[in-house]
Design a protein around this ligand. Structure first.
Ligand code: FUC
Length: 999
């Protein structure tokens, strides 16, 4: 306290003296520079000099206002969401904090809100020092743990905010410095007590801030200058938005009256491969870009030969009831190397800076789901500006169109940013080119090259390039074309050339008019999107902005929100999964991070499958193609894992995979040691046949299904008690049982999945007229799988033993043992009423609330139980603000797209449920109309849903009762229709239609 007061008095005296003497005091303005949400953002010009690994000292003189819980950044050179790089900030609230690869060091006595503080963070990996100083005194230190070198990020050092322009410091700053070295306590104390401190050794940059510093701040010591960053990714608008614009004409639109600030407010566009998040800023626009093959790493082999040696012992331990010991052994000897898989990563941002305005009217941004076009419109100074953005599956470019209601009004600067190792430069006066290599992860080096190109085509005005920026001045309109590609050719070949396709796409699109680009894009999108029309009723609140509707959806009657959610799910699938692209991952294709949650990978113990649940029933069968292609890849990598880790034939994939089709068990035994993921994926191959009846397709994928089955024929073992054939070791996804681990033998889900897999192989072989002996083997093995069992609470048992009520978390998000009820139909209310009742009991015990996808699954399950009101109640949970972000992305939380797809599928399940039964190669479809129609959707209609067996179904209902249904047959299969208790056997010839008059 004493020292602090000392510093203040000395400082003020020095300043007063300087003022009185009228000396060269520019550097010592008492007020320094104001930092807040509206202040310019200064960035260091040379990053290399600041990319420090062993030692750093960060120093600043600041006067903080009282800040919110999130605090604010003082000096920040860290990668958002990670501890890569380094930063000095005030989190939480006004606490002083220093963060780098070692972790965080915090002084949580608050920085005083009304006077100047001298703050310093010091780090030295080699000398094992991490300390915080306030007013020359050490106030916090970290001594435990490893003192690791800091990671370099190439990310710019910023003053007063993070690299995105967010987490802004609120208060004033007068002086700051960065040193390549750890200052000593004496040096720091001496600096703290001087108003004009002499520069010290190792200074990389030292800057003095005055009230109006201008564009550039030259260093008073060191060599690094600061410059105003005109292109920052913050899209917060600090002016006023006047006027309340009304809803767009298209009812299938998401729309808002303010720009997105957070990523989960931005609107997603995509062509299956190229994704963009559109923020819709006013004076700054951020278009965050993705390309679906830009993942970390390169081809790699995670096999673990020692796994096979440990397999007999692991099994012995499990059958002896020594689950913890088995878990330990598996953890030690049977997991993949590396233990994790590669994450999906971001390309970067295209940033546009427009002239700043104080006031705009009639601002609206929207995403028209029927056109797949995102738009922004607003009026400023009597000029109405419009921006449209779409990602074209036809021309393989993202297109941005900027127009104004008066000529010569379109002016902006464009630049790109990326956290990747990349260069950005302007080319040919109208193009920005980003060239980079992907990140490394888990010791696997980045092996991909990538390139993104942005070309500006302006009509009128001037287009210029300067360094890594393009500027357009006084144009009438402008079209920006964005292409991106990587060198990925397949999971084992990265020899592609990213430049040729990126250049070619831009060249071809440049030769087309904007109107033609737009029209072709819209037509291709509508070809898929318009196959299904849904009307669940409309209430008054449907005219409100989407974010408001979501905020109040738990209490409002808003059936159209469910329609919107359903169609948004279809929109997302069309936009993230098209023939030739990668399958939709945990975030579809939308991700702004280098290390997204769960790597934004393919988690195949529910999440990836859920992504594809709505595909067939909502008439998007083409969108399944990338998933099928991934399974075909997995038959190759998974054969290696089967052979090396399990000593088995066929192929296997555990609970996750990535771009490189890694198939071994990852993360840890608790999550990863589950060999049934690939088998579950095969259900999607088979269902594609059940819906579409394409025999050639079946012939192509049958080897994959057979290979999956072969693995289990080789690895199922007889368990000692009942002599069932079981998977072992395995687990019921991510749920710890009575013994505190998840490792077990023969969990119910595995038995159910294998019953489906074997049955589908038997039917497929019968249809194709092949493999008679193999069929026999499958039949014999299938009959020895453990049956579903009902436990002491009347529940469906999750494990071979009745452990459910003793599990660690009886409300667990996963409901794996209910796979038999949905997505499978082994359990259903008509054929297996006792098991259906047990499944219901399990669901009641589990409870309704869960993660986004957990709720998504429960909707489908309750719909299968045909409890309409309960299904609707859970749907409301999903549409509520805790599980749906303002941009309608599902909140696990964080964002995970599976809930969007699970929700869309669940709504379809409320209206139509179908299954097929085989007699030899012939299928009979069972189609049930309105099996779970809630009162909230009393009157409505749906056109174009698909049923298994090759049927298109339209249904119309009023006051909760069927009015009419039209069933068109594509394949001429037999069909059994059900509505309530009425069942009709109908034979519709191929191409024919049957009309059910409900009245
Ligand atoms: C599974 C789930 C988690 C999450 C992750 C991606 O591990 O249990 O909730 O969805 O996948």
């Amino acid at each position: 306290m004493q020292a602090r007061r000392g510093w203040f008095s000395m400082k003020w005296i020095a300043i007063a003296v300087a003022l009185v003497l009228g000396g060269p005091t520019g550097a010592a303005e008492p007020d320094g520079m104001r930092l807040d949400g509206r202040s310019p953002i200064y960035e260091a010009q040379s990053q290399r000099a600041l990319d420090l690994t062993d030692e750093v000292t960060l120093e600043a003189w600041v006067r903080a206002d009282r800040m919110g819980q999130g605090g604010g950044r003082i000096l920040d050179k860290s990668m958002p969401g990670t501890s890569d790089g380094y930063m000095l900030d005030t989190f939480p609230g006004n606490s002083l904090r220093f963060v780098n690869a070692k972790g965080a060091c915090t002084y949580d006595a608050k920085l005083p809100a009304d006077r100047w503080s001298h703050v310093v963070g010091v780090y030295s990996a080699s000398k094992k020092i991490m300390k915080l100083y306030l007013d020359g005194k050490e106030v916090a230190g970290a001594d435990g743990g490893a003192f690791v070198p800091m990671t370099t990020t190439g990310i710019p050092l910023r003053i007063g905010c993070d690299p995105r322009g967010d987490n802004r410091f609120v208060g004033r700053i007068q002086r700051a410095a960065v040193y390549r070295g750890a200052l000593t306590a004496d040096e720091i104390a001496s600096r703290a007590s001087q108003a004009e401190p002499a520069s010290l050794r190792g200074v990389v940059g030292e800057w003095v801030f005055v009230a109006e510093p201008g564009r550039r701040i030259a260093p008073v010591a060191g060599r690094v200058a600061l410059e105003v960053e005109g292109l920052n990714s913050s899209t917060r608008f600090w002016g006023t938005i006047a006027g309340k614009v009304s809803a767009p004409k298209e009812p299938l639109s998401l729309w808002y009256r303010q720009p997105a600030v957070e990523w989960v407010e931005a609107l997603a566009v995509g062509n299956g491969r190229l994704g963009a998040m559109v923020f819709g800023g006013i004076d700054r626009e951020r278009i965050q870009l993705n390309e679906d093959t830009l993942w970390a790493g390169g081809p790699y082999d995670p096999s673990r030969p020692e796994a096979l040696e440990a397999l007999p012992e692991a099994r012995r331990l499990i059958f002896a009831g020594k689950y913890r010991e088995a878990d330990a052994l598996i953890g030690k000897q049977m997991m993949s190397r590396p233990l994790g898989q590669m994450p999906y990563q971001v390309v970067g941002d295209l940033l546009l800076a427009f002239a700043s305005v104080e006031k705009v009217t009639n601002y609206r941004r929207d995403l028209n789901l029927d056109e797949a076009v995102a738009s922004v419109t607003y009026t400023a100074d009597d000029v109405t500006f419009k921006r449209e953005v779409f990602s074209s599956p036809v021309d393989q470019v993202i297109v941005i169109r900027i127009t104004a209601s008066k000529p010569g009004q379109v002016s902006f600067t464009a630049g790109m940013k990326t956290p990747q190792r990349a260069t950005i430069e302007a080319e040919d006066g109208d193009t920005l080119v980003m060239r980079g290599v992907n990140g490394a992860s888990q010791g696997i080096d980045g092996a991909l090259k990538f390139q993104s190109r942005v070309r500006v085509l302006a009509s009128g005005g001037t287009t210029r390039s300067e360094g890594d920026r393009l500027s357009v001045t006084n144009a009438d309109s402008a079209t920006l074309l964005i292409a991106a590609a990587t060198s990925y050719r397949s999971f084992k070949d990265v020899s592609g050339d990213p430049e040729t396709p990126a250049k070619a796409a831009i060249a071809a699109a440049s030769a087309k008019s904007f109107d033609a680009l737009r029209a072709d894009h819209v037509a291709e999108h509508r070809r898929l999107f318009r196959r299904v029309a849904l009307d669940l009723g409309v209430s008054d609140v449907a005219s409100l902005p989407t974010d408001e509707r979501i905020r109040h959806s738990m209490t409002n009657h808003d059936p159209q929100l469910a329609t919107l959610y359903f169609q948004f799910g279809r929109y997302l699938l069309i936009s993230s999964s098209r023939p030739g692209t990668q399958p939709a991952n945990l975030q579809g294709i939308w991700n702004d991070s280098m290390s997204p949650p769960w790597g934004s990978k393919y988690t195949i113990n529910i999440n990836t499958e859920m992504n594809y649940w709505p595909a067939e029933p909502t008439a998007l069968a083409e969108c399944v193609e990338p998933l099928v292609a991934m399974v075909m890849d997995l038959t190759e990598t998974g054969a290696r894992t089967a052979r090396v880790n399990w000593g088995a034939s066929g192929w296997v994939c555990h609970h996750n995979t990535d771009l490189w089709r890694a198939s071994g068990p990852i993360d840890g035994p608790f999550w990863g040691f589950w060999p049934t993921g690939g088998a579950w994926l095969c259900k999607h191959l088979w269902e594609h046949y059940e819906y579409g009846g394409d025999r050639a397709f079946l012939a192509r994928v049958y080897p994959a299904m057979k290979g999956a089955a072969q693995f289990f024929l080789d690895t199922l073992v007889e368990e000692p008690t009942h002599k069932y054939l079981v998977t072992c070791p395995s687990l019921s996804p991510e749920n710890g049982h009575k013994y505190g681990v998840s490792i077990c033998a023969g969990p119910a889900m595995d038995n159910q999945i294998l019953r489906d897999l074997f049955a589908s192989c038997i039917h497929a072989a019968t249809i194709l007229g092949v493999d008679e002996k193999f069929r026999g083997k499958l039949e014999a093995t299938r009959s020895r799988l453990a049956p579903d069992q009902i436990g002491k609470e009347g529940q469906l048992q999750e494990w071979l033993e009745d452990w459910d009520m003793e599990a660690g978390d009886i409300h667990h998000r996963h409901v794996s043992h209910l796979y038999g009820l949905h997505p499978s139909d082994q359990i259903n209310v008509h054929d297996t009423p006792e098991l259906a009742a047990a499944a219901r009991r399990s669901l009641e015990i589990r409870g309704d609330n869960a993660t986004g996808w957990g709720i998504g699954w429960r909707i489908n399950l309750w719909a299968r139980l045909q409890d309409a009101e309960h299904t609707h109640q859970i749907l409301k949970l999903l549409l509520g603000p805790e599980r749906t972000y303002p941009n309608m992305f599902d909140a696990h939380p964080p964002f995970q797209i599976d809930g969007n797809f699970g929700g869309a599928s669940g709504i379809a399940e409320m209206l139509l449920q179908t299954r097929v039964r085989f007699s030899g190669p012939a299928m009979t479809a069972q189609i049930e109309l309105l099996p779970a129609l809630p009162k909230a959707f009393a009157t409505g209609s749906v056109q174009g849903l698909r049923a298994k067996g090759g049927f298109d179904v339209d249904v119309e209902w009023a006051d909760g009762k069927l009015v009419a249904a039209t069933i068109r047959s594509r394949l001429g299969n037999a069909c059994r229709l059900r509505y309530g208790d009425v069942v009709r056997e109908v034979r519709i010839e191929k191409g024919g239609t049957f009309r059910w008059d409900g009245r």
